[in-house]
Design a protein. Structure first.
Length: 109
């Protein structure tokens, strides 16, 4: 077992690194606001994250059977529909999650 001094040093380095990484965006705020890269990421990243989440959701859905995918497709349709209707990400994700849970409970399989 490592001695106490070594463990305190490891915790100190981890804490300092965490603090520095969390403080960096605030320290660089003015440079980040005028950056075209950050602006471009702000426009493209939300859609990219949603695509990744949808692909992750659908990774285990069998392509040959229709019934197991109905819950997934229904939840995706509701999520997209609510988002297009209201434009609020949290509301659309919550609605899709509720529909997914209800469809899994109702559909046989």
């Amino acid at each position: 077992m490592p001695d106490t001094g070594y463990l305190l040093a490891v915790v100190g380095v981890a804490a300092a690194t965490t603090l520095a990484l969390r403080a960096a965006p605030f320290a660089l705020r003015s440079a980040l606001r005028s950056s075209p890269l950050v602006d471009d990421l702000g426009r493209r990243l939300p859609a990219a994250v949603m695509v990744i989440l949808v692909l992750y959701l659908l990774r285990d859905v069998p392509l040959t059977a229709v019934r197991p995918g109905l819950g997934h497709l229904g939840a995706i349709a509701v999520t997209v529909g609510v988002h297009l209707w209201r434009g609020r990400a949290l509301l659309s994700m919550a609605a899709g999650t509720v529909v997914y849970a209800v469809l899994l409970a109702v559909l046989p399989g």
